[in-house]
Ligand binder design. Structure first.
Ligand code: NDP
Length: 253
């Protein structure tokens, strides 16, 4: 697909990897619709993208809310006249061990309060945005591309029962959608970043982050721009669909 002149929707587009995705697509001439929870972040990303000569708009949208997602997708089609690419990027972490055991006694558990929000944002949000964007792509008759941001953690990262379940899930959904939606000209893909330098890692203790980085063959964190490059590849390569691109410095969990 030609990126120039297309409309790209990015969830969690206010900051982090989402902001860099927006700037990469804008740099190639795409107009960008940014969905996020924080107006100031949306304004800043939209400003940086507009400076590249494209139309950029921010939309306050909680991806877990069905009605909000539907309304925003309609607004995007209304404002831009088309919706060609969706990047399901919004995601959160609430880490914890399934069981915390001390001296043979269980002293803690992953709570439902840790489990459910991560499922809601990372899995249900991807389902809702993917479904609503696909509906509008089918209606347009022009097809499109849907990319789900997974993670190296999808292979099973200790302390991330909730997150791992969602990130394996969104890679699997990209495979299902590739098969279901190819007949409508819609391609899909997933990207599995390794540890990437954004605010999401600020929840991690520095000594743990150092330990994790030491296990990466390339011995560093990725940059948001390196993740965005993979998204550009998926959109531009018309023989790509349903697969997950790992961008993780060689790390295997
Ligand atoms: P950030 O925390 O920096 O950014 C995530 C963005 O998503 C924030 O702007 C956040 O908004 C937004 N967001 C959160 N919940 C919702 C919601 N319900 N509706 C709409 N927007 C929401 O994360 P990253 O940029 O690091 O991560 C982007 C994606 O990449 C995530 O899916 C993450 O799981 C994945 N990833 C990241 C890795 C990393 O090491 N950074 C590694 C592997 C995968 P707000 O801040 O206002 O709440």
């Amino acid at each position: 697909m030609q990126i120039q002149g297309s409309t790209v929707v990015i969830t969690g587009g206010g900051r982090g990897i989402g902001r860099e995705l927006a700037k990469h697509f804008a740099g190639k001439g795409a107009n960008v619709a940014l969905l996020d929870l924080n107006q100031a972040d949306l304004d800043e990303t939209a400003k940086q993208c507009s400076a590249l000569g494209v139309t950029a708009r921010g939309y306050l949208c909680n991806v877990t809310r069905e009605a909000e997602v539907s309304t925003v997708m309609d607004a995007v089609v209304g404002d831009f006249g088309r919706l060609d690419v969706l990047v399901n990027n919004a995601g959160i972490v609430k880490d914890g061990l399934l069981l915390k055991v001390k001296d043979g006694k269980v002293v803690g558990k992953m709570t439902l309060e840790q489990w459910q929000p991560v499922i809601d944002v990372n899995l249900t949000g991807v389902f809702l945005c993917g479904r609503e964007a696909a509906e509008r792509m089918v209606a347009s008759g022009r097809g499109g591309v849907i990319i789900n941001i997974s993670s190296v953690s999808r292979h099973g990262n200790p302390g991330q029962t909730n997150y791992t379940a969602t990130k394996a899930g969104v890679a699997a959904m990209a495979e299902v959608w590739a098969k279901e939606l190819a007949r409508y000209g819609i391609r899909t893909g997933a990207i599995a970043p390794g540890y990437t330098a954004t605010e999401i890692l600020s929840a991690m203790r520095p000594e743990i982050l150092d330990k994790l980085t030491a296990a990466v063959p390339l011995r560093r964190l990725g940059t948001p721009g390196e993740i965005a490059q993979a998204a550009v590849f998926i959109v531009e390569n018309d023989f790509f669909t349903g697969r997950c691109v790992d961008v993780d410095g060689g790390l295997r969990i």
